[in-house]
Design a protein around this ligand. Structure first.
Ligand code: B3K
Ligand code: ZN
Length: 880
């Protein structure tokens, strides 16, 4: 496999002004006719080099240059390209190819999901549809005709606006679509199927009427309203917050069951994993509702950040992804609880992206090289990319940031650009120099920031000294200092915020401010401090770093109560919990009796007893750091010790706080019982607290709790309550009730694949002994199929990522199982195979014996035969 480097980027030799496509869809083949209007890219020079088009798995049936059929000597074909010699600077090229969507299991290019045809072209799937310049800096106007059997495929869709349709003979019909906006091929989409739709309309800020449609298979028509409402909210929000208006007459979303990721922002025709669009109370949890809202928004926002302004090359992927994640996070924060959204995002980033940054696949948000671009749709590109955009906003302020995005959109509309162009727009709109800041784009790894304090009573000064460093990552031994924005406040003994004035400054500033740490070691001194304050550092997690400050536990308890920054109240609680859990882990290692620090319990009790707090915040603060996070922050992760310590702490909480938990549970369940389901923040909050309380209470194994759990399971009118009840039953020792509940659930929801995914997931994640055998058994279940990515993620993914004790069992059987699945998936669906590998890539985190076993499985995969570039890249880099 070939390594592709950013430094080798060259502008395209030819451009494609117009793309005319005709698809003839049949059950055993599809014919694709393409007519391309090409011209020499004069930015290069006047010469006429050969035209080299991408193409994979295509059977070429006809080829004509300016209307003249070419003979076999007039072109060259190999596995990946078609080359020919043009004889003028502007010409037309016509091709006909035969492809086989009906047997496409990789779910890339044109494929079938159930009975419908659909496409996924990003990043390089269009070359599996026709010969083309399949690169994002070649932008073209597309006109697409789809022809198919009338009965099987009454709905025929493509990008843009519908322009004509008709019938052909008795059985077939056709439709033509035109997308007036130039776009790269990765944004092309086609759908044909027997679909139903819900419809609505949206009036834009300039009074243009836009038709909205969500297409689904008929049985899902009652699960579209939440996505439709989310779409309308997204459209309004993007007008209000970013000044972005929608541009076509119609916006369509199609739900498909077999999809490699969440969704895809094809121009005017978003294609969604059904799991990312379908939601109703009875079948989808609160978390799923929020995920649908976020993904609908994300794909919609791409219309500007990605489609109108796109990427020059795939090294710039974070230009659209990091920015769009930042935009959807802002939207979700505005629609729900902003603090809770931030807590969830940070917990996710620190657990998973930090692990990626510390592993063999670590890369900067703008990578320098890759083998397979599909492997670079990563947490780093998306989530860390979003953090980098967020730091720009923190440094420039809300207004300066908006001026920067306005300039970026205005200047680059219709262009394919780079991360440098984005930063330049920010610089010019704000008259600042962001040269050093750009290291965030080129350096990988998570910076470490050690902070120390010094109080000088005589001089009335308080100093904070920051030491930053960043561990080496593959190919990057040495790192230059980053620009790290530190939002902070200083608290006095009463928890009041002190006004902040740095030494040398004339005026007293506000009580929360942003310091910019730019050097390896840097001290900031605050004046006018009569007493030693307590710092609240990195408020709102203002930079994606590992911050270290020698907080004492009493100070953390104080911050939990008094910090004006909600994120940092949660953060103080997490730090306190980590310290308490580290005590337990140490005791476990020394074979001592486990004793938990009472201060953690005291702190949690006061949260539970305070009725005035936001219930969603209380639920977040009651959640102990996950096993995955505890593993991530360990030098060497001791799987058993982490599990035992965390379970011990959970039991201690359940026991000590039984009364307040039981009270809050009963009060909230009572409201839930008498209130119809509503997908809104305060209802999410009530159910979140109710459900975490139930999870703790069940650890008591008391009969009245079991009865309450069964009542909730049987009577709840929504999946949020029902699924939690099922999860806690499955994790409990009540074997009979557990079996009955699982069987009842599977029967009730047998015909709803998305609910069955949840049923698989609950069992795959259960930490009780025998987890691997349960998963192996479930793979035989009639509702499971390895060909459906959602099923793979629900069963195999949940087991390997969320069930640490079982996946990491000492004999290596968990690793062997995962490697077997990866080898099987490699032949079917390389992107899914490669994704499932990631737990094995973390082998350096574990003890010697496990390292040997994990590496052994990676080596076995490498030797298993013909590997896709996707799997090869991850395995070979993990072993390097
Ligand atoms: N842009 C797509 C991801 C495509 C992944 C291709 N392997 C979804 C998104 O980020 O919105
Ligand atoms: Zn995206």
């Amino acid at each position: 496999p070939k390594v592709i480097h950013l430094k080798d980027y060259q502008a395209p030799e030819y451009l494609i002004d117009e793309t005319h496509l005709t698809f003839e869809l049949y059950e055993d083949r599809t014919l694709v006719h393409a007519r391309l209007a090409l011209r020499r890219n004069l930015e290069r020079d006047q010469s006429l080099p050969p035209l080299v088009l991408h193409g994979q798995e295509l059977e070429l049936l006809a080829l004509a240059l300016d209307g003249r059929q070419l003979g076999p000597k007039e072109y060259q074909l190999d596995e990946n390209q078609l080359s020919l010699q043009p004889d003028s600077p502007a010409f037309s090229l016509e091709t006909t190819v035969c492809i086989h969507p009906e047997s496409n299991t990789a779910l890339e290019g044109l494929y079938k999901s159930g009975k419908m045809f659909c496409t996924q072209c990003e990043a390089e799937g269009f070359r599996k549809i026709t010969y083309y310049l399949d690169r994002p800096d070649v932008m073209s106007v597309f006109t697409t005709t789809v022809k198919a059997d009338k009965k099987r495929y009454p709905i025929l869709l493509s990008n843009g606006n519908p322009v004509a349709s008709g019938t052909e003979g008795d059985d077939r019909h056709w439709a033509t679509w035109n997308d007036p906006f130039k776009k790269p091929a990765y944004l092309f989409a086609l759908v044909a199927g027997d679909l139903k739709s819900v419809e609505d309309s949206f009036t834009t800020m300039n009074d243009r009427e836009v038709a909205l449609r969500i297409y689904v298979e008929p049985e899902n028509i009652d699960k579209c309203q939440h996505a439709l409402d989310s779409l309308k909210r997204s459209m309004r929000w993007d007008e209000q917050v970013y000044g972005r208006e929608y541009d076509l007459d119609i916006f369509m979303i199609v739900a498909v069951s077999d999809f490699n990721m969440g969704a895809m922002e094809n121009k005017g025709l978003n294609i969604f994993n059904s799991g990312a669009v379908l939601a109703r109370a009875e079948t989808a949890t609160d978390a799923a509702h929020q995920r649908v809202e976020a993904i609908v928004a994300h794909e919609y926002f791409h219309n500007w950040s990605g489609n109108r302004v796109t990427c020059r090359d795939w090294f710039q992927l974070s230009l659209k992804e990091g920015f769009t994640v930042f935009r959807d996070a802002g939207f979700s924060a505005d629609m729900n609880s902003a603090t809770v959204k931030r807590i969830e995002d940070v917990a996710y980033l620190r657990t998973h992206q930090f692990a990626e940054d510390a592993g063999p696949m670590a890369h900067p948000i703008r990578p320098d090289s890759f083998i397979e671009i599909s492997n670079f749709y990563t947490l780093t590109i998306y989530e860390k990319g979003s953090e980098v955009v967020g730091m720009l906003r923190t440094l420039l302020g809300a207004e300066g940031f908006r001026q920067g995005t306005d300039l970026y959109f205005a200047r680059h509309d219709g262009q394919a650009v780079t991360c440098d162009d984005f930063v330049k727009a920010m610089e010019e709109a704000n008259q600042v120099d962001l040269t050093q800041f750009k290291r965030w784009y080129s350096q990988a790894g998570t910076p470490h920031l050690a902070v120390s304090e010094h109080f000088d009573a005589g001089a009335r000064t308080y100093s904070l000294t920051f030491h930053q460093s960043c561990p080496p990552t593959p190919g990057q031994k040495h790192k230059e200092p980053f620009v790290i924005p530190i939002a902070l406040g200083l608290l006095d003994q009463n928890g009041q915020e002190l006004p902040l004035r740095l030494q040398g400054e004339q005026t007293v500033g506000s009580s929360s401010r942003v310091l910019s740490v730019t050097q390896a070691k840097q001290t900031f001194t605050f004046a006018g401090m009569t007493h030693k304050p307590l710092p609240s550092l990195l408020r709102g997690f203002s930079a994606p770093v590992k911050l270290e400050f020698p907080y004492e536990r009493d100070q953390l308890m104080f911050l939990m109560q008094h910090d004006s920054d909600g994120f940092n109240r949660w953060e103080a609680g997490q730090r306190l919990a980590v310290q308490a859990l580290h005590d337990l882990i140490a005791q476990y290692h020394c074979n001592e009796t486990l004793v938990i620090d009472q201060r953690l319990l005291t702190a949690l009790r006061s949260l539970l007893e305070n009725d005035s707090l936001d219930q969603a915040m209380v639920a977040e603060m009651l959640s102990l750091p996950s096993e995955a996070y505890l593993a991530e922050i360990s030098e060497t992760a001791d799987v058993e010790a982490i599990h035992v310590a965390r379970e011990f702490a959970r039991k201690a909480i359940a026991q000590t706080l039984f009364e307040p938990l039981w009270q809050r549970y009963q009060a909230n369940r009572e409201v839930s019982r008498s209130t119809p389901y509503v997908a809104h923040a305060e209802h999410f909050a009530r159910r979140a607290l109710q459900n975490i309380a139930l999870a703790y209470l069940m650890l008591s194994e008391k009969a009245e709790v079991l009865a309450a759990c069964l009542e909730q399971f049987e009577q709840a009118d929504n999946m949020t309550e029902r699924l939690t009840a099922l999860v806690v039953l499955v994790h409990s020792p009540f074997e009979e009730e557990k079996a009955t509940a699982l069987a009842w659930f599977a029967e009730r929801f047998a015909n709803d694949p998305l609910v069955m995914d949840q049923w698989f997931g609950v069992q795959a994640g259960c930490p009780l002994p025998g987890g691997l055998e349960r998963v192996q058994h479930l793979m035989q279940h009639p509702a499971f199929t390895i060909k459906n990515p959602n099923k793979v993620r629900a069963l195999i993914g949940a087991f390997a990522n969320q069930n640490h004790v079982n996946f990491h069992r000492r004999d290596g059987a968990g690793y062997r199982f995962l490697a077997d699945q990866v080898i099987m998936l490699n032949a079917l669906n390389p992107q899914i195979a490669s994704r499932q590998l990631s737990p094995l890539t973390r082998w350096r985190k574990f003890d010697q014996a496990r390292q040997v076993l994990m590496k052994g499985e990676l080596e076995r995969i490498l030797a298993s035969g013909e590997l896709s570039s996707d799997v090869y890249e991850v395995v070979s880099k993990s072993l390097a």
